[in-house]
Write a protein that binds this ligand. Structure first.
Ligand SMILES: [Zn+2]
Length: 256
């Protein structure tokens, strides 16, 4: 059974620091291949305490969309767990170049325990087991950041990770299941952190017309507005199924 599980749904600093939502990233499984996406603070603990347990020693790969702490804080301990404390040389790490070079978020001494590291670049396709995914254009997010289009058994799952809105964005992520990192309730013109707002998400969903849109990675303004209410209003307005992820939400990809 293939699924996408939201281990954590926190985005931005305060929600992560106060753990108003968990910040463990996501887990994508084809049933055969397991991918950990953006293991933020607490990812290992959340995976192990998940019901049923998400066992990191069963991971095929880890994907870092970018080096920011809320996406990468647990990457080293997840590598350690995936490689069974370095006893087994296994697993792939997909990461942008700037997560690995100056001031790297991936410890150098752990890298030799990985089967390999693949550098994320624009418009490239990657394969791990029976899962393939493609990057699109680099996001507008300060550090090097890529979203992904995952091919899971004839299903296209698009994940728009952190970015400022730009005009081509909807065309880059045509998934039937569309996951959006919506940090802000309202747009802030000169936002130095470069995140999507609800208004941006509406523009994207309207254009992509997915079978299901899932909002996640919430900042404080979204938490205060109650993400499930925001999603319900969007669904009403757009006539497209929109839900807000909660910590531990599991989407069965074959049932959407
Ligand atoms: Zn983030």
């Amino acid at each position: 059974m293939s699924f996408f599980k939201f281990v954590g749904t926190a985005g931005a600093r305060f929600v992560v620091m106060k753990q108003l939502r968990a910040s463990g990233g996501s887990w994508l499984s084809t049933g055969e291949t397991n991918l950990c996406i953006d293991p933020g603070p607490g990812a290992l603990v959340r995976c192990l305490h998940s019901k049923p347990t998400l066992d990191p020693s069963c991971l095929s790969a880890i994907l870092l969309t970018h080096r920011h702490l809320d996406h990468s804080a647990d990457v080293n301990v997840m590598i350690e767990a995936m490689t069974e404390g370095g006893m087994k040389r296994r697993g792939i790490l997909f990461a942008p170049q700037d997560a690995l070079e100056e001031d790297p978020v991936v410890l150098r001494y752990l890298r030799k325990n990985l089967e390999r590291i693949e550098i994320l670049r624009e418009n490239k396709t990657y394969q791990v087991g029976d899962l393939s995914f493609s990057t699109a254009k680099r996001h507008h997010h300060g550090v090097e950041t890529y979203g992904a289009n995952f091919n899971v058994k004839d299903r296209l799952v698009s994940m728009i990770t952190d970015t400022r809105f730009f005009n081509e964005l909807p065309d880059l992520y045509p998934g039937e299941i569309l996951i959006l990192h919506v940090v802000r309730l309202k747009p802030i013109g000169d936002d130095p952190i470069d995140h999507l707002s609800v208004e941006d998400a509406k523009v994207i969903i309207r254009k992509v017309r997915p079978r299901l849109a899932v909002l996640t990675h919430f900042g404080m303004t979204m938490i205060r507005a109650k993400p499930w209410k925001v999603a319900a209003e969007m669904e009403n307005e757009l006539g497209i199924k929109v839900i807000a992820a909660s910590d531990g939400l599991k989407i069965d990809l074959e049932e959407v």
